[in-house]
Design a protein around this ligand. Structure first.
Ligand code: SF4
Length: 206
C-alpha cells in the first residue's frame, strides 16, 4: 500500500489511519476515530479531536457535544448525520499529559502528523462547504492564529472550498449550553451555510 495519504483512495486512507502510529497519541488511544458520514457529502463538519466517548466508540461527536451537533444537523438543517461528513483534525484522543482524564486540543506536532488524513478526506469528498468547529480546525484550515470569536460567521476559503468557522459545541455547552447566546451565533452561522447550499431554512433554531 502507498504510504502517502495524498495518493490513497478512500478505503486505503481509512485502513492507513486505523493502523496509524505516526504520533504519540497512538500509545493511549482505544480506537482511531476516522470520521463518519457520506463520502460524497455536500458539507463537512470538522472538530479538533475525539473525546472520551468518541475514543471508546470509534465515532466522532457522539458525547454531549455530539448531541448538540446532531441537533444542529437534524433539527436545524433538516439533514441526517449520514448526509454530511463529520471529522476531526486528529483521529486519536489527546488528553492532558497523556493520562486519559482531561481532554485537550491537539498540539502542533500531532496536528502535523495527522492532518494529511484530513486533507485527503477533504480532497476526496470535495464538499461544497466546510464548517470548522472551534479554534484548532479553523486555525489549521485557514492557517491563521486569529481566534474563533473574530473569525466565526465570516466566509473563508480552503483550497477553493468555502469555509464557515463557528464555535465548537463543547464551548457552547461550557458557556451556557441551551440558553447561551453562543448557540444563537452558531445557528446564524449554520443558516449562512444553508443559504449558500440552497437548503431551505424552515426551523427557527436548533
Ligand atoms: S492522531 Fe493521527 S497521526 Fe497520530 S497516531 Fe492517531 S491517526 Fe496517527
Amino acid at each position: 500500500m502507498d504510504s502517502n495519504p495524498a495518493e490513497m483512495n478512500w478505503e486505503e486512507l481509512k485502513q492507513a489511519a486505523l493502523g496509524c502510529k505516526k504520533c504519540r497519541l497512538c500509545e493511549t488511544r482505544k480506537t482511531v476515530v476516522f470520521g463518519e458520514g457520506s463520502p460524497s457529502a455536500r458539507v463537512m463538519f470538522i472538530g479538533e479531536g475525539p473525546g472520551k466517548t468518541e475514543d471508546e466508540t470509534g465515532r466522532p461527536f457522539v458525547g454531549r457535544a455530539g448531541e448538540l451537533l446532531t441537533r444542529i444537523v437534524e433539527n436545524g438543517m433538516g439533514l441526517t448525520r449520514q448526509d454530511v461528513y463529520i471529522a476531526n483534525v486528529v483521529k486519536c484522543r489527546p488528553t492532558v499529559d497523556q493520562k486519559g482524564f482531561k481532554d485537550r486540543p491537539p498540539d502542533p506536532e500531532e496536528t502535523a502528523a495527522c492532518s494529511p488524513y484530513l486533507m485527503r478526506q477533504i480532497q476526496l469528498i470535495a464538499p461544497e462547504a466546510i464548517v470548522t468547529l472551534g479554534n484548532p480546525s479553523t486555525r489549521f484550515l485557514l492557517q491563521t492564529s486569529t481566534g474563533i470569536t473574530k473569525l466565526r460567521g465570516k466566509w473563508a476559503d480552503y483550497n477553493g472550498i468555502p469555509v464557515m468557522p463557528t464555535y465548537h459545541p463543547s464551548y457552547v455547552l461550557r458557556n451556557g449550553g441551551e440558553k447561551s447566546p453562543l448557540r444563537r451565533d452558531v445557528w446564524e452561522d449554520i443558516k449562512m451555510v444553508m443559504n449558500r447550499l440552497g437548503i431551505p431554512v424552515r426551523s427557527p433554531g436548533t
